[in-house]
Ligand binder design. Structure first.
Ligand code: ADP
Ligand code: ZN
Length: 303
């Protein structure tokens, strides 16, 4: 009998919770709106308690959370959201209530590191140890697995806030990021698209100039990530990427911007398998949280 894990994808709009040991062995799943921390975490805990009554004890729970978060287990604020404009969630402790209520080890990381773990185990990055998962949605966020481990470093990467070349003449939109204006997220997130063009991305027709500009900004960001991390693959998820015409344009732009400097078949004949959509669709985050749980259980056994 494999261990049973709980996973939470803690998003700013909704929480997704699941119990199981992988995509082929998911026993239960639920989703509900993110309200206050107390109410939302109580709902998650009640779900896991109900599943434990049905299926037996969980070995651990993993949480992939919206952020910014404190993922450093040695820090007094480990497992907390740090700063967020979302009312009520600044300094909210996500891990503590779950650990206290369920009495199991709790693994914790960013939503995008969690999704990267899911994609690495079961999805589009299987067999690779150094790759990046990006979401292009309400914001732009990236999770990097480096040598098989989620990259944290000082805190955790904030790839969406990189600065890119911005031709103000061609694109006078000042950007939508409250901190930086025209950072990557400020120029290319879903809300940035909507504000620049006056309607949501889903309503912009295929021939609209929005798509060439969007592909250019996405490609600039990816080219920077390729130079900085040398990822073996780039997995692009999020609502904006559900636009099927976008990924072929991005694949065309990235090698053009790198201009032959990074020598790899990945940037030539193999570009279609180098820049890819998620293999797990929208399930990457919650499945990755099961991997976080598994890691926490292993740490617990060691430690
Ligand atoms: P979140 O980032 O909040 O988890 P999503 O990944 O679903 O959520 O991203 C939501 C964003 O994606 C919104 O800004 C929305 O306008 C945009 N979006 C959703 N569908 C499309 C589409 N077909 N084309 C372009 N943008 C889209
Ligand atoms: Zn920014």
């Amino acid at each position: 009998m494999p261990h049973l894990y709980g996973g939470i994808e803690a998003g700013g709009t909704k929480f997704v919770c699941a119990v199981g040991s992988g995509p082929a062995a998911l026993l239960a799943e639920t989703r509900f709106a993110t309200t206050t921390p107390a109410e939302t975490l109580a709902q998650a805990i009640a779900f896991f308690e109900a599943q434990q009554a049905r299926f037996g004890p969980l070995a651990a729970v993993g949480i992939g959370s919206f952020g910014p978060v404190d993922p450093n287990p040695a820090s007094p604020t480990f497992g907390c959201i740090t700063t967020t404009p979302k009312p009520g969630w600044t300094q909210a402790d996500i891990v503590g209530p779950v650990r206290r209520a369920l009495g199991v080890p709790v693994g914790f990381d960013t939503d995008v590191n969690s999704a990267a773990l899911g994609e690495g185990r079961w999805g589009a990055a299987r067999g690779l140890d150094t790759f990046i998962y990006l979401t292009i949605g309400t914001g732009i966020g990236g999770g990097a697995l480096v040598g098989g481990r989620p990259l944290h470093g000082l805190i955790h990467p904030e790839m969406g806030h990189m600065r890119l070349p911005h031709d103000w003449q061609d694109d006078p939109f000042p950007g939508a990021c409250p901190y930086h204006g025209d950072c990557w997220e400020g120029l290319a997130s879903g809300p940035a698209l909507e504000r620049r063009w006056g309607r949501p991305g889903a309503d912009l027709p295929p021939e609209h100039p929005a798509w060439a500009l969007e592909a250019l900004y996405l490609a600039h960001g990816l080219a920077n990530l390729i130079c900085a991390f040398s990822p073996q693959r780039l997995v692009l998820g999020g609502g904006v990427m559900s636009q099927p015409r976008l990924i072929p344009r991005v694949r065309a732009e990235v090698p053009r911007l790198l201009n032959g400097y990074v020598q790899s078949p990945a940037l030539q004949d193999e570009i279609d398998t180098y820049i890819v959509p998620p293999g797990l669709g929208g399930q990457a985050g919650v499945l990755g949280a099961l991997v976080l749980a598994e890691m926490a259980a292993a740490e617990g056994r060691r430690g």
